[in-house]
Design a protein around this ligand. Structure first.
Ligand code: 26V
Length: 801
């Protein structure tokens, strides 16, 4: 399907008239915005219909990506780019006296995720569509996405993100495919002529209404879908209570049901026993599985071949209720025996783990779980019983650790254990992370199920993170190596031809400077800080977590400040930029933000040091801000304590835009380092085994403080109140008392790496070649590659033709 500019223009004109009763020349920006989105959505809808027909015709196996989070960001530019309509649309909008960039800026981010896990899911849907796979994402239509962050006097404040008002235009309601989800009540076992049946009684029923967000594929007519479930009460309003004059009571149960899809939990660390979170998880899992199973049954009149035609992927443990829910559907709704249901379920489900941080591994108390989901709990009990019996029988060496690997233990349901015990494939998200899973977190399962644990290193959709967000660099690459890299990231390696070409370094530098100027302008308007585009832009952008060690970065900046201030050291002018949201209830994370902001105030306003250094905390870091930040970065801070960051994906986005990594051997940094070589990355700090050895030996940060004059001066400086009169006792105590992520231990080595980085930066040729190699080697980290690995090695699906 090709659309000419004339046709496109006519569609816009018609749409404006139909929706707003004005002519296109008189439409305002908002009307134009709605019309443009409406037209693009219609085009996608048409292509989607054709995609569905092809899937049916070819009887293709489908993948369903289940995730509580899809951090989609904005869609308009991405869709126009993928459809090849951006240029025409820009001109049509301009012909009518408007600017397409203004319309882009009107679109809110669909912030339906916290961080890397959610953004990865969004990148994967994009690559799935681009590579012609039959794929559907399932999640929740949160009315409010990740909160808007405002920084007031260094304090993070959270405000609701009402994205649907302007972003909802992308969503297509599909009430014809609504489902019902059942909570609470009790179960009863009844003997009938078909044997023992379980019935769920006195339940609460919630309606699930699907809203489809269509996902365009680049350079193909294939269109995927992200189906988001909205919760609706099944009896909107209790007429009885209303008639008796109790209006509030009459709407109460509706409010309870609809609370399920109200808001994304703004946490990616831990949540203790949150009732609503469990309801969210079951709500979207149950609705999605019913939807999948019904569609399959309608097509094949049997579920015997469910696993041959469908694979359901569990993105972290949040959708792990897929296991018992699929068992339930097969047994209770379709009369399968346990054994047959088990066979189908365990051949249909695959799982990715995204963290080894113990506090982020989900557990539910049995009390809460069994009350909310009595039937699901009875199935989990049976799964657990059979699993434990099997281990006891077949792995006598594991008899004394059954408790550790059981699904039920210590009064809790362990969701990761449920996934590993039941899914046919379990993977980590970088080589190092997958090794840690095998060696450590899931080592017993690795003995019990040899071969089940595998690796797929994460990737990013480079069409968004390079082609769309850095058009100047994309143009340069296209001029030098052609545009094959857009569909085949590996072709970026051809850029290595220019590795020793100083004229190309100069062009890279010029492009970087333009991107830095754009960011500097943004910083001037948002933060009121004038940063020098000629200074080195050093960026750390990611969720705020102790293990990611924003504090290590801040301590080093404070060290620089003191060296310039008191020792008169002459340094490379630098601009340090942070972007990070903290979970609303995460005290230490919020303290660290306060520390960074206070440090920024001290430095930016210092008449001497402020000439060389600037510190910027960018509020409300999100996908659309990242798209401006990554192309402007020169140093990419990836400084987590080794063994803690499962992969990282920001590291890949910086790299492909020519930033050089300063980082530990953690997550995907290891693979970045292997690809670019030790000369093109600044590595520092302990390795994972060294961290483990240090822990075993005992870690005493106070000893480091006493032995290291530099560190002592820094911490004493903080305690003296030098930073804005605030002594930050919490932070000093934290570092001296426990320093759980070994900031002090890695400090000296980080400082050395920073020195090496700035001296490399001073040498234009050296830096130019480093930057070039990083771009050229980034192709491996394209999500197209990651998706192909999932498709070939885990899902066993082929592209549709
Ligand atoms: C965990 C939890 C715990 C309960 C509260 C709600 C909540 C929400 C999200 C999470 C996910 C934590 C895991 C996570 O975000 N992992 C990140 O996944 C990225 C994609 O694989 C990876 O690049 C990052 O290294 C990893 O931290």
């Amino acid at each position: 399907m090709v659309i000419s500019k004339q046709e496109l223009s006519a569609l816009i004109e018609k749409r404006v008239k139909q929706e707003f009763s004005v002519s296109v020349k008189d439409a305002n920006d908002r009307q134009m915005y709605q019309a443009v989105i409406g037209v693009v959505r219609d085009i996608l809808q048409q292509k989607r219909a054709e995609t569905v027909a092809r899937i049916d015709e070819q009887d293709a196996k489908q993948v369903y990506y289940m995730s509580m989070e899809f951090l989609v960001g904005r869609s308009l530019k991405n869709n126009l780019y993928n459809l090849g309509l951006e240029e025409d649309m820009k001109n049509i909008v301009a012909d009518n006296g408007k600017n397409l960039n203004v319309l882009y800026e009107m679109e809110p981010d669909a912030g339906l995720g916290n961080g890397g896990l959610g953004r990865l899911a969004a990148c994967y849907l994009d690559s799935l569509a681009a590579q012609d796979y039959a794929a559907t994402g399932f999640s929740i239509r949160y009315e409010f996405g990740i909160f808007k962050q405002v920084i007031l006097d260094g304090w993070q404040m959270e405000f609701p993100d009402n994205w649907l008002e302007m972003g909802g235009a992308w969503l297509l309601p599909r009430p014809d495919e609504a489902q019902e989800v059942f909570f609470d009540g009790e179960i009863e076992e009844i003997w009938s002529k078909d044997g023992l049946k379980t019935v769920h009684k006195n339940y609460d029923k919630v309606r699930a209404i699907p809203y489809d967000l269509l996902i365009s594929g680049y350079g193909t007519d294939n269109v995927g879908v992200l189906r988001l479930w909205g919760a609706k009460s099944s009896n909107e309003f209790d007429m009885g209570s209303f008639s008796r004059g109790d209006y509030l009571k009459s709407v109460e149960s509706a409010a309870k049901a609809e609370a399920i899809s109200k808001v994304l939990y703004p946490a990616d660390d831990h949540l203790e026993g949150k009732n609503l979170r469990l309801r969210q998880q079951y709500f979207f899992v149950s609705a999605s599985l019913k939807n999948i199973v019904q569609n399959h049954f309608a097509k094949y009149k049997t579920l015997d071949n469910l696993a041959d035609k469908n694979v359901i992927h569990i993105n972290d443990t949040h959708p792990s209720l897929c296991v018992p829910e699929l068992m339930r559907i097969l047994m209770d709704d379709y009369n399968y025996t346990w054994d047959k249901a088990w066979d189908i379920t365990t051949k249909t489900l695959a799982y990715t783990n995204h963290t080894v941080m113990s506090e982020a591994l989900e557990v539910w108390s049995i009390d809460l779980f069994s009350a909310r989901l009595p039937r699901i709990f009875s199935i989990i009990k049976e799964i657990n019983k059979r699993f434990c019996e099997g281990v006891y029988q077949n792995h006598p060496d594991k008899r004394n650790i059954i408790d550790k690997i059981a699904v039920l233990s210590g009064g809790m349901v362990h969701m990761a254990n449920l996934c590993v015990a039941c899914c046919y494939s379990v993977n980590g998200v970088s080589g190092l992370h997958s090794d840690i899973l095998k060696r450590d977190l899931f080592s017993d399962y690795n003995d019990i199920f040899p071969g089940k644990l595998t690796n797929v290193t994460n990737g990013i959709v480079h069409r968004r993170w390079l082609c769309q967000s850095n058009p100047a660099l994309t143009e340069l690459l296209t001029e030098l190596i052609g545009d094959g890299f857009k569909t085949d990231g590996a072709k970026l390696e051809d850029f290595l031809k220019y590795k020793d070409d100083a004229t190309i370094y100069a062009r890279l530098e010029e492009i970087k400077l333009q991107n830095k100027q754009r960011l500097a302008e943004y910083i001037r308007t948002k933060n009121g800080i004038n940063v020098d585009p000629a200074s080195l832009f050093d960026v750390q952008a990611k969720r705020l977590h102790e293990y990611k060690r924003q504090l290590l970065n801040a301590l080093h900046i404070y060290d620089l400040y003191r060296r310039v201030k008191y020792k008169g050291e002459v340094i490379q002018p630098q601009t340090f930029i942070f972007g990070a949201k903290a979970s609303a209830g995460y005290f230490m994370a919020k303290e660290i933000i306060r520390f960074i902001c206070a440090l920024g105030n001290l430095i930016n306003n210092d008449p001497v040091v402020g000439k060389y250094l600037k510190v910027v905390f960018l509020a409300d870091y999100k996908v659309s801000i990242a798209e401006m930040l990554m192309p402007a970065a020169e140093a990419s801070e990836q400084i987590s304590l080794a063994g803690k960051e499962a992969s990282g994906t920001g590291n890949m986005k910086f790299m492909i835009n020519g930033a050089v990594t300063i980082g530990t051997l953690d997550g995907a940094n290891v693979e970045i380092s292997e690809r670019v070589g030790k000369d093109n990355i600044f590595l520092f700090g302990m390795t994972t085994p060294e961290v483990e050895a240090q822990r075993t030996a005992g870690y005493y940060p106070r000893g480091i403080y006493q032995a290291d004059d530099g560190i002592r001066e820094l911490l004493d400086g903080i305690s003296s109140g030098e930073i804005g009169g605030n002594k930050f006792e919490n932070i000093v105590q934290y570092l001296l008392g426990s320093d759980p992520y070994m900031v002090l231990k890695d400090f000296a080595s980080y400082k050395q790496a920073q020195k090496d980085l700035t001296s490399a930066y001073a040498d234009k040729n050296r830096w130019g070649s480093m930057s070039l190699v990083n771009i050229a080697k980034a192709g491996f980290f394209a999500s197209d590659r990651a998706i192909k690995e999932y498709a070939d090695n885990i899902w066993h699906i082929d592209p549709i033709k």
